[in-house]
Design a protein around this ligand. Structure first.
Ligand SMILES: [Zn+2]
Ligand SMILES: [Zn+2]
Length: 237
């Protein structure tokens, strides 16, 4: 699955852009997270050109992951003449109501956005299934990772996470996984992010080239990740 990154920074490292990725297939676009810098990057890179279907999956309500939802959904409705489709994790009514409220507060009326339960039938060729996987991040904040069933063996995208449990579970179910994209931080311990050494304990060296680090905080994270044999995402273009 060809994931392209619009940014790879952590919340306080905005010069690298907010971490966000997309899959584009013809007129269809799936966006993973929609932080403050994302709308600018979508326009600057002309990603929305020719697009007639926009799906958005939001991992959690930190603004480096959701801060551009208002501009993007309004742009879809008013400039592109279709409603963006916001994916929702099944059975999480609080997450759904907070997301609806957030978009309302951004000044986008309910009728300009479609809310769609997570689905295996989104019509993309790159993956046959998509689901939200709850993870632990900041206290009192629901946070999700994203799992894809792909012809290559499955792709997992952690978004923000304090734990590697979701990756471990995914790899347990997908031992020949295609790729894992995960946040990580170059720190011994951290209350809301995943230390690199915890990831290194889980992923054997021979698999690390298929594990890409994102959400870089700029404190030597890229160098430390590469020294351990992990890949680091790039934001070409
Ligand atoms: Zn973040
Ligand atoms: Zn966060």
């Amino acid at each position: 699955m060809d994931l392209k990154f619009l940014g790879r920074g952590a919340a306080f490292n905005p010069m690298e852009g907010n971490t966000s990725a997309y899959v584009k297939e013809g007129e269809k676009l799936l966006l993973l997270d929609c932080g403050e810098s994302v709308f600018t990057e979508l326009i600057r890179r002309q990603v929305l050109d020719g697009v007639k279907e926009v799906w958005i999956a939001v991992s959690h309500m930190h603004s480096d992951h959701c801060g551009a939802l208002g501009s993007l959904t309004l742009y879809c409705a008013e400039k592109l003449d279709f409603n963006a489709r916001i994916l929702l994790p099944k059975g999480d009514e609080r997450f759904e109501s907070e997301l609806r409220q957030l978009i309302r507060l951004f000044g986008v009326p309910d009728q300009m956005v479609d809310y769609v339960p997570e689905s295996s039938n989104m019509g993309f060729k790159a993956f046959s299934g998509f689901r939200f996987c709850q993870t632990r991040h900041a206290p009192a904040l629901d946070c999700y990772s994203f799992a894809f069933e792909t012809p290559g063996g499955g792709v997992f995208y952690t978004a923000d996470t304090a734990t590697a449990d979701g990756i471990e579970a995914f790899i347990g179910q997908h031992p020949r996984f295609e790729h894992v994209y995960t946040e990580s931080i170059n720190a011994e311990k951290h209350p809301v992010h995943l230390p690199l050494h915890v990831l290194a304990d889980l992923i054997p060296p021979e698999d690390r080239a298929r594990v890409s680090i994102m959400h870089l905080n700029g404190a030597g994270c890229e160098e430390a990740a590469k020294a351990l044999g992990f890949d680091v995402v790039r934001c070409d273009g």
